[in-house]
Design a protein around this ligand. Structure first.
Ligand SMILES: Cc1cc2nc3c(=O)[nH]c(=O)nc-3n(C[C@H](O)[C@H](O)[C@H](O)COP(=O)(O)OP(=O)(O)OC[C@H]3O[C@@H](n4cnc5c(N)ncnc54)[C@H](O)[C@@H]3O)c2cc1C
Length: 540
């Protein structure tokens, strides 16, 4: 665990609900003033397990360690498949279990928030200083990047020769190599920078909480679930918590309650508290405290499709699944901080176009240095390699809803993937592009044959069926408590992140993003929290 943990006792100025990517940043910034008492409450436990800190530990995380164990409802447009929907339940949240890819999207993403979604003050020029403030970038110091901030941002330490051949394959198809996909241009294939420092994961728990563990004005309560935000008329005055298996009890906040429980957890908690769409709340037996129709709406996510190929030899990390190779890899990591354990397995990728007329790349690739990372792969003689593709600007919108008034019940998560026909068309185009990259001459030394979708799968219908059977979440839910103008009935928070119609209650996490950025979502969420702190402290 990063910070000292103390029981939830005493009185607080600020209560932060959820110690994830955003919550840990807020705990750090709000407790900078020693006269202010801050309580950070996290439903999950400590990050003691070494797998949380080794970059390759990620591969185990999507299979359940430190997560809530949720799934989607049957996806109507994917042959009613139910998809596993990993969301973090551990200090540091997603930043403790994710693949550590550090990307931000493009300026137009944020300019559109400001110009088209009513998120005034969130244009790229407005948010860039917060990306930079967070960053301790190992390589760059320029308009886009900075060093000296809390969050480690580093280059991969153990790339493999197949990564270089992947870049050459891109160039053979007309996709350039890009040294920094978070810089001047996003187009091209690249080594991602990673939220790591010295070959260890730089979660927000490690980067923001660990250095301040001695601050006496910050209390971190682990294994403690908030079951309700407490309202006194239209003012949030505290929260009701359950510690371990104990009885619920109230904790008061003199100034503000800040909800940072993630794009699924935040609307769930609000609705449990009677804040949300009145008709839905009544239908599940929750007393309506504040009718706010946008809560839990506007759910957006990136859906991943993938190509898997068998290699001509052991060119990726699959062989390290065998115990003697794994033992060597462990030793190599302990002694030299290098090798397979120092790899997040998805540290190579890039951005390109399914639609050549798009305003910026609309497809993101992740090259997976193995095949066992994804489910459903038949055994191969040699190692496998995976190329994921995700369509980046989906128009499908889904919902988060309650199954019942019981806070222990899992939420009903409906990303509504491919409700929009263009999302499906462009995602399948992205899959074809991924396949084309894998077939380029430069990769012939490394790639023997495609295994999935499989050479026989060529028609749109074949690829659609394949996608319905195998597509997975990219773990990028956003939008379920969106920023907007007060006149829009689907707005949940104002641009300074106050919940519409209530006092003393803000939201700061991935749920406030009105549209999903054209990238992974950890760095954008950290940016949201950095900026939220300035709003709360009255600095902007
Ligand atoms: C498996 C996985 C891989 C990913 N890979 C990447 C990647 O490589 N790069 C990238 O940029 N993004 C990645 N992401 C996405 C990124 O990590 C998330 O967008 C980001 O973590 C969201 O941050 P958040 O603060 O909104 O929510 P979270 O980080 O999920 O934090 C919410 C926290 O609130 C807690 N909580 C919820 N409800 C309550 C309650 N009622 N009481 C108390 N606590 C509560 C949760 O336990 C959780 O710890 C990945 C995500 C996952 C899950």
């Amino acid at each position: 665990m990063a910070a000292a943990t103390r029981p939830v006792a005493g009185s607080y100025d600020y209560i932060i609900v959820g110690g994830g990517s955003a919550g840990c940043v807020l705990a750090y910034r709000l407790s900078e003033d020693p006269t202010v008492q801050v309580l950070l409450i996290e439903a999950g436990g400590a990050d003691r397990h070494p797998l949380f800190h080794m970059p390759a530990g990620f591969a185990k995380m999507t299979k359940g360690i430190g997560s809530w164990g949720w799934s989607t409802v049957p996806q109507k447009h994917l042959h009613n498949r139910v998809l596993r929907y990993t969301q973090a339940k551990v200090i540091g949240g997603g930043s403790t279990i994710n693949a550590q890819i550090y990307t931000r999207g493009v300026p137009a993403d944020y300019d559109e928030w400001a110009q088209q979604e009513g998120a005034q003050g969130w244009s790229f020029a407005d948010v860039l200083p917060y990306f930079r403030r967070a960053e301790n970038n190992e390589r760059y110091s320029n308009t886009y990047h900075a060093y000296g901030g809390p969050l480690g941002v580093s280059n991969p330490v153990s790339p493999l020769p197949i990564c270089e051949a992947f870049f050459q394959a891109g160039q053979e198809l007309g996709i350039p190599f890009n040294p920094d996909c978070n810089g001047e241009r996003q187009e091209g294939l690249c080594y991602y920078q990673l939220t790591q420092l010295d070959a260890r994961r730089s979660s927000t728990a490690v980067a923001y909480l660990r250095p301040i563990r001695d601050r006496r004005n910050l209390t971190v309560a682990l294994d403690t679930q908030v079951v309700r935000v407490l309202l006194d008329n239209d003012r949030a005055v505290g929260v009701e918590v359950v510690e371990g298996g104990g009885a619920p009890r109230a904790v008061r906040a003199a100034r503000e309650v800040v909800v940072s429980s993630g794009a699924i957890g935040t609307p769930k908690l609000l609705m449990q508290s009677g804040i949300g769409p009145a008709d839905h709340l009544r239908a599940v037996g929750v007393d309506v405290a504040h009718d706010l129709p946008g809560v839990g709406g506007n759910l957006q996510d990136h859906l991943d499709l993938f190509v898997i190929a068998e290699c001509t030899g052991h060119h990726t990390y699959d062989k390290y699944n065998k115990p003697h190779h794994a033992a060597w890899a462990g030793l190599q990591y302990l002694l030299f901080r290098k090798g397979p354990v120092a790899s997040s397995l998805f540290e190579t990728g890039g951005f390109w176009y399914a639609d050549r007329a798009a305003r910026s790349p609309d497809i993101q690739f992740h090259l997976g240095l193995g095949s066992g990372i994804e489910a459903g792969v038949a055994k191969m003689k040699y190692s496998g390699v995976t190329l994921n593709s995700a369509y980046l600007r989906p128009r499908s919108r889904g919902t988060v809803r309650l199954q019942s008034a019981d806070p222990k019940a899992a939420p009903l998560i409906d990303p509504n993937y491919w409700a929009d026909a263009d999302d499906k068309r462009l995602a399948l185009q992205g899959l074809r592009l991924a396949r084309e990259i894998m077939r380029q001459p430069a990769l012939k030394r490394f790639v023997m044959q495609e295994v999935l979708p499989g050479p026989g799968k060529v028609s749109d219908e074949d690829l659609f069926k394949y996608a319905c059977a195998t597509a997975k979440t990219d773990h990028h839910p956003v939008g379920t408590c969106r920023i907007g103008t007060p006149s829009d009935r689907m707005t949940v928070v104002t641009p300074d992140l106050r919940v519409i119609g209530l006092q003393g209650l803000r939201i700061a996490d991935a749920s406030v993003m009105p549209r999903v950025p054209s990238s992974n979502t950890n760095a954008p969420t950290i940016m949201v929290a950095e900026k939220a702190a300035d709003h709360i402290l009255g600095r902007i």
